[in-house]
Design a protein around this ligand. Sequence first.
Ligand SMILES: [Zn+2]
Length: 292
Amino acid sequence: MSVEPLTVEPKSVAPEPAGHLLVDAPPVAAPVPAPVPAARRPRGNPPWVLLYHSVAEDPYHITVSPGRLDRQLRWLRDRGLRGVSVDALLRSRAAGRGTGLVGLTFDDGYADFLSDALPLLRRHDCTATVFVMPGRAGGDNAWDPLGPRKPLLTEDGIRAVADAGMEIGSHGLLHQDLTTADGVTLVRETAVSRALLTELTGRAPEGFCYPYGAVDTRAVEAVRGAGYGYACAIDPGPLTGLLALPRVHIGAADTSWRLHLKRLLHPLRRRPLPEESTPTTSTADPAAGGTL
Ligand SMILES: [Zn+2]
C-alpha cells in the first residue's frame, strides 16, 4: 500500500499548501502578537474546524472532488463525529455539548457549494458555514491572479444556501487583506459586508472569515466593532480566540489516515481558546441540535 506524505502545515498566517492556486495570495506579514489577558484561562482543546474552498472535479487537484468530500464526511460519521456550522459548534461547546462536533467551513462561496457540497452534507446529516462576499456575488475569484476562474454564488444562490439550513458568514466585501487595509476599507469589508448580508438573507451573520487568513489586532477590533460574534482565521498564533479561530485546511489528498493524523495533531499545533463564550447577537442555530 502506498503511503502519501503528510504535509506539515506551516505556522504562518497563510498556511495554504504551495500550488493551491485557488487559494488566495502569497503569505502576508506576520501579525503583531497581542498579549493574552491574564484573566483569560485556557480551557480545553481548540475546536476542530475544517477549511474547504471549492468542491468540484478538478484535474489540477486544487479543489476537493465531490467523491473525496463524500469519503471525508463518511470518515467523520464513522467515528461518531458530525460536521456542523461554526456557530452551532461554538454554541454547543458553550453549553457543554460540543463533544463529537467538528466545524465545517467553505471559504469564498463558490457556486459549486450548492450543486456539489450541499447534497453530500445532507447525505451525512451535516451542516456547514459558507463564507461569502456580498460584493462579488455572481462574480468569480478575480482576486486570485493565478488560479482558474471559478464562479461564485449569486445572491439567489446565497439565499438558497441559507434556506437549506447552512450558516452564511462574511468573507469581507471584496476579499481584501485586512492587515493592509485603510480605515475606510476595514469598515467596508467588515461592517458593510455584514449589513449587506443581513439585507440579503434576513439574518445578521454571526461569523466573519479573514481573507487570506491574514489577521492582526486592528482587524480583530474591526470585526468586533462590526458586531460579529466569532471570526475564523487559519493559524492566528497569539491572537487565537473567538475572533481568531484556528482552522485546518483539508485538501484533495486528505485520505482517512491523513485526517486521522490531522485530528490527532490539531491540539498540539493550535493553541486552546483563551476563554469559552457564546456568540452574542443571533438566536441559536437549529443545526446545533442533535449533537452526538
Ligand atoms: Zn478566501
